[in-house]
Design a protein around this ligand. Structure first.
Ligand code: ADP
Ligand code: MG
Length: 448
């Protein structure tokens, strides 16, 4: 904003200087216009508190929109009613109300500014002639008048600029403040890391862990152990704390009490780099960057050679996908004509995780957004990813977790059952209940 600011401040000053250089009277007339214009602008930008309300309404509308779009899938699946739309509707109406109020509060000073400033120029100019020395050459008088008209026009547009600049400045400042607030919040919640670089092994343990995002505890005195190089699945109703556990292992948040250990030592003893290196996370919808497929995978290990990247793509089942594009792995994501399905994106994300070669793999609903036809390909990719690693899988598709070494069933932040598929299916377990329900739900789909 430096050029705009400089322009806004320098324009009136330079106009006045030029005015006085032409003629003292021209200069004085312009000073009059300046004082008047500045007064009107002060009136117009007076109400900063109003601007804050307006900004808050705008922000609310934006976040409600995002929330709505995100929830669309759920709305469709469960046939949710128009109620799900209410919050968004209210946010839009609120915003439109504040936007209108804000415009209305500016209306009077703005119109006054326009009319009087432009009107004053028109009305005052003939009077200026009276103050002029009429003995002078008429050509000089004409030049003076033209200068006043010309320079006051410049002044007018200068004032308009100041108005816009001050609005942008306000928006810029509040955006920076918001970002700083978020950043400080993140720093406060962040785990403090240590210096340890080497892991004894990759066994994971929760030792009496209590944690809550805010005051309400999500996990209370939770203890469990996951052996190294085995695969585990977390199963449970939505909101039971599965993702929370996954995030805590990666050191995303500080825990309230207890300890989370990898290889027998608290994760806060290790360096941040060591933790990042040893854990690969595959989310529901992985983020791909707007560069080539190759670079999207290579991000996981910038030192990787070309063959390594290509091998990771191969293991993740991307061969067919690459063959579709003439540029193969150099195809730029998001460029013209490059469309990837959810399953294809997910496989590129898995290639990234394979290349990273981390010892702990966490997959949180990694196949949730993938259609059943792609599921099979994805499962093959998963198999290559998890070979010989400590794996935690969270999946709604219960068919995809039957082969894990052990299933942990969660309910309200607690582990209520533990065992492999065969063991849990034999009893009258919550797990069996979930599996039966899942099978039934699939039955319904087949018959429709
Ligand atoms: N960032 C967050 N801030 C506040 N509460 C959260 C946050 N993430 C999750 N929660 C809450 O924590 C509980 C557990 O959520 P989560 O671990 O995501 O469940 P799951 O993955 O099993 O569906 C839920 O009640 C949820 O509302
Ligand atoms: Mg979750």
């Amino acid at each position: 904003m430096i050029p705009d600011n400089a322009g806004a401040i320098l324009t009136p000053i330079l106009v006045l200087i030029v005015g006085f250089m032409v003629d003292v009277k021209v200069g004085l007339a312009l000073v009059l216009f300046t004082v008047f214009g500045a007064g009107q602008i002060m009136l117009m930008s007076g109400d900063k508190s109003f601007m804050a309300i307006y900004q808050a309404a705008l922000e609310k509308m934006n976040s409600e929109t995002v929330e709505y779009v995100r929830g669309m899938q759920v709305v469709k699946i469960f046939g949710a009613s128009v109620n799900s739309f209410k919050a968004l509707h209210k946010a839009i109406m609120d915003y439109s109300k504040y936007a209108l109020n804000y415009s209305m509060s500016c209306r009077k000073p703005y119109v006054r500014f326009q009319i009087i400033f432009l009107g004053a120029i028109a009305i005052l100019t003939p009077f200026l002639v009276l103050f002029m020395d009429l003995q002078l050459n008429p050509a000089v008088i004409a030049v003076d008048l033209i200068m006043v008209l010309f320079l006051s026009g410049v002044l007018f547009s200068g004032f308009m600029k100041i108005m816009h600049v001050s609005m942008y400045a306000y928006m810029g400042i509040s955006a920076v403040e918001k970002l700083e607030e978020i950043f400080t919040g993140m720093q406060q919640d962040k785990l403090e890391f240590g210096t340890l670089e080497k892991f004894e092994n990759y066994e994971i343990e929760f030792d009496n862990v209590s944690f809550g995002y805010k005051d309400e505890m999500i996990l209370e005195n939770l203890s469990f152990k996951l052996e190294a190089n085995k695969s585990y699945a977390l199963v449970g109703a939505s909101g039971s704390g599965k993702s929370t556990i996954a995030k805590l292992i990666s050191g995303f948040y500080k825990i309230h009490s207890g300890a989370i250990k990898i290889g027998g030592k608290s994760i806060s003893d290790y360096s941040e780099d060591a933790i990042t290196r040893s854990i690969a996370f595959v989310f529901q919808d992985s983020k791909l960057f707007k560069t080539s497929i190759f670079e999207n995978v290579q991000i996981a290990n910038p030192n990787a050679r070309k063959e390594q990247v290509l091998k990771a793509l191969h293991l993740a089942g991307c061969d067919e996908l690459l063959a579709k594009f003439p540029l193969k792995d150099q195809t730029v994501i998001g460029s013209k004509g490059v469309f990837l399905s959810g399953g294809e994106k997910q496989r590129i994300a898995i290639a990234r995780a394979i290349l990273k070669d981390a010892n702990i793999i966490i997959m949180d609903e990694a196949s949730a957004a993938v259609d059943p036809e792609n599921e099979h390909e994805l499962q093959k990719a998963f198999k290559n990813l998890i070979k010989g690693k400590t794996v935690i899988m969270i999946a709604h598709r219960l068919s995809s977790i039957r082969a894990v070494d052990e299933v942990l069933v969660m309910e309200k932040g607690k582990i209520i059952e533990r065992g492999n598929d065969a063991e849990l299916m034999k009893e009258d377990s919550k797990y069996k209940y979930f599996q039966d329900l899942y099978a039934k739900a699939n039955d319904w789909r087949v018959r429709i």
